[in-house]
Write a protein that binds this ligand. Structure first.
Ligand SMILES: *Cc1c(COP(=O)(O)O)cnc(C)c1O
Length: 400
């Protein structure tokens, strides 16, 4: 019997991607200064990072890494359960739980790993079910595959759809999982309605607040607190450290008994090296700045309003988002790529998001705003996007 050759397979896949113009390529950033990034020797104004509060380059955050690394070294040397659990990790877990107003929090190497861990450790039977929003993050979908239980998806933001899916999948334990702020759309899940559904269907509501923490809610406490929900409604939530908090890693926060179970049973927690303590020190500094960073959130709100108003005036197609994620719909992926390239020529770095990350015909420029942007930069970006659109339209209209 002849086997499939893996090189043949991936070459065919690469040819298909190339024919569709959908290769993914990495760009090399040689230097970074706030929202400015140097790419291929040219400085561009970036509108594509998740550094919403501008904390990644904040002096106190970078100084905390240096100080902790000077004392504790570069790595944690082991997993948490062996001898890698450092006082800085413990302190970060305690302060995060306190900020969120929940009993406990558990630190993970990344949000992706944390999402895998939660489902793998809790949904252990084949008859269990995880009901998810159709546009949830890839890590939540993959988590259900890893857990090996049933996966049911409902239409985007549709709490009644979630109810129907839960009702049609009876037996076993159930989890209702949703992004709070959707990473490619910027819109927000109806958390209060989902909490009612979860309660009536006896499902555990799990909220992935990767893009909400630090940005949404009073003092930046995130989407769950902003919805007026507590640990009884949302027994577990994910907050990441790599977005508004400017660092790396993630925490799962909530009910003490569930958290204790994760710490003792989740394979993506047990069998991996703990984050460097210096990274935890950076996140502690960032957390404290985010908590008292109302002025950063205020500034962000002003920039979001400015962007939406300007984009609306120039007829750009926006999405229903009041978060720093402000996608501009382009339609086809060729147009999105052409617009991204034109923006780069004009001095702006904005990513084009294309299928399979988003559905066919829904390619977009994923514009993200940061408290570090100036109103002038945002206004200039809006004008440049409209120019790029007009140029792409003219190129599309002319015979090839
Ligand atoms: C980025 C992201 C993750 C993964 O977090 P990392 O810490 O980057 O691994 C999980 N969920 C959502 C919704 C995200 O946007």
């Amino acid at each position: 019997m002849s086997r499939t050759d893996l090189h043949d397979r991936i070459q065919a896949h690469a040819r298909l991607r190339a024919a569709q113009g959908r290769q993914r390529r990495r760009r090399i950033v040689s230097r970074r200064d706030g929202v400015q990034v140097e790419l291929d020797g040219r400085w561009l104004t970036g509108f594509c990072s998740n550094d919403y509060l501008g904390l990644a380059s904040q002096f106190e955050v970078a100084a905390a890494v240096q100080d902790a690394a000077a004392r504790e070294g570069a790595g944690s040397t082991a997993s948490h359960l062996v001898c890698g659990h450092h006082a800085l990790h413990e302190q970060l877990e305690r302060e995060m739980a306190e900020w969120l107003g929940v009993p406990r929090a558990l630190l993970f190497g990344s949000g992706f790993a944390a999402n895998l861990a939660v489902q793998q450790a809790l949904l252990t039977e084949e008859e269990d079910v995880c009901v998810q929003d159709r546009l949830n993050h890839a890590s939540l979908i993959d988590a259900t595959r890893l857990a090996g239980c049933r996966l049911r998806r409902y239409p985007h933001l549709d709490a009644e759809g979630a109810m129907r899916q839960l009702r049609s999948a009876s037996g076993g334990a159930a989890m209702l999982a949703t992004d709070s702020v959707f990473s490619m759309d910027g819109d927000s899940a109806p958390l209060r309605a989902l909490a009612l559904v979860a309660r009536s269907e006896q499902a555990l509501l799990y909220v992935d607040d990767a893009h909400g923490i630090g940005v949404v809610g009073e003092h930046g406490r995130g989407s769950v607190a902003d919805a007026g929900l507590g640990v009884h409604d949302v027994p577990l939530q994910l907050v990441t450290l790599g977005k508004a908090l400017g660092g790396y890693g993630a925490l799962v926060a909530g009910d003490a008994e569930l958290i204790e179970h994760l710490a003792g049973n989740a394979r993506p927690y047990i069998y991996t090296t703990a984050l460097p303590p210096a990274q935890a020190a950076a996140s502690l500094a960032a957390l404290r700045l985010a908590r008292r960073g109302d002025w950063r959130r205020e500034r962000l709100r002003e920039l979001i309003a400015l962007f939406r108003e300007g984009a609306g005036r120039l007829g750009l197609e926006l999405m229903a988002s009041n978060t720093p994620i402000q996608p501009v719909l382009c339609g086809g992926d060729v147009v999105a790529s052409a617009m991204s390239a034109a923006l780069e020529e004009a001095g702006f770095l904005v990513g084009a998001i294309r299928p399979p990350t988003v559905p066919e015909g829904r390619s977009r420029l994923r514009v993200t705003l940061s408290a570090l942007h100036t109103p002038q930069q945002v206004q200039a970006l809006v004008v440049a996007i409209a120019d790029a659109r007009d140029r792409a339209a003219a190129a599309g209209a002319s015979p090839a």
